[in-house]
Design a protein around this ligand. Structure first.
Ligand SMILES: [Zn+2]
Length: 314
């Protein structure tokens, strides 16, 4: 079933709605809640969750007789529905970041009402997952992000079958995120970060789609999933394991490396060219042996811009 999470009116246009899929058994609290597009330019998240909703609706319709939803899945593919239309990260009318508006309220600004509705719909779920991407200039490996995780969350993170699980501490500054608000509720909370903003990266999206389907199988929301034996190991990385390389000179950075590959210390990962003469002015090398977890995709650089991140295995 698709319903509208919130209907809003606008002064000089038609009203607009935030779609919310509720799929599977109607009784009780949701087994899983998935949220995407809190930032309107993070298209990978919107694409993955709209495809997942379509898939689970097909399961409910009987298209896959071997599969059955045992618990309800709640999916909000695009919270910042206007930002998705206008390709903006923030809420277009007042430029606010919806992920700085939690827990929200029923009587405040539009974005506060949106935040409140999202939290109300999702907070009682057993498992809660918020999907994001990196910026439009930078690509990150599809990864699970944990913030001050419980031992249970740390163990559950492996069930996604993604190579990288990144552990972070909760920011004492940004206490108004959805993750922060989820944390006070029973249940487990995860962020998935997938690739680069502003685009659909089909490889990453298909990978994460499959990982979400296996995850739903492993947590008992979706019965009958054939879990493929993952050959890749799951690595847990803390902040100290990340080594970042910054541009020493301005220019044009190009690289044909893929995120998610293991690299050697000293391996060449890209070049900075002089934008006008075409000369190579810097070879960019990996500072350590490890997993290439992030790389700049916008070529034009200022000195000091982040080029790449390699995480060393613990
Ligand atoms: Zn985001």
């Amino acid at each position: 079933m698709i319903r509208n999470l919130l209907c809003m009116t606008a002064p000089v246009r038609e009203g607009f709605e935030i779609p919310c899929h509720e799929i599977g058994p109607a009784s009780g609290h949701p087994g899983v809640a998935l949220v995407g597009g809190l930032h309107g330019d993070e298209i990978n998240s919107v694409f993955i969750l709209s495809r997942l909703a379509d898939f689970l609706n097909s399961v409910e319709a009987g298209t896959y007789p071997e599969l059955k939803l045992k618990k309800r899945a709640l999916i909000i593919p695009a919270v910042n529905v206007l930002g998705v239309n206008l390709r903006t990260r923030t809420w277009p009318f007042d430029k606010t970041d919806i992920n700085r508006m939690f827990p929200g309220s029923t009587i405040g600004e539009t974005t506060q009402r949106i935040a409140y509705a999202v939290l109300e719909a999702t907070k009682r779920a057993d498992y809660r997952i918020d999907l994001h991407t990196a910026s439009t200039d930078f690509e990150e490996i599809p990864q699970v992000r944990l913030y001050d995780p419980t031992d249970q969350e740390r163990a559950t993170a492996a069930l996604f079958g993604l190579t990288a699980v990144m552990e972070r501490t909760m920011s004492p500054v940004f206490t108004t995120t959805l993750m922060h608000s989820w944390k006070v509720w029973p249940g487990q909370s995860f962020i998935l970060r997938v690739g680069q903003g502003g685009t659909v990266q089909l490889d990453h999206c298909q990978r994460v789609f499959r990982s979400l389907v296996s995850f739903l199988g492993r947590i008992g929301v979706l019965e009958g999933v054939q879990i493929a034996a993952e050959d890749e190991e799951v690595c847990y990385f803390d902040k100290q394991s990340g080594f970042r390389v910054f541009a020493e000179k301005a220019g044009a950075f190009v690289s044909d490396r893929q995120v998610g590959r293991w690299v050697r210390q000293g391996q060449e990962l890209g070049y900075i060219y002089d934008s006008f003469s075409g000369n190579v002015i810097e070879k960019v090398i990996s500072p350590v042996a490890g997993l290439l977890t992030g790389i700049r995709r916008h070529p034009l650089l200022f000195e000091g811009d982040l080029l790449l991140r390699v995480n060393r295995k613990a």
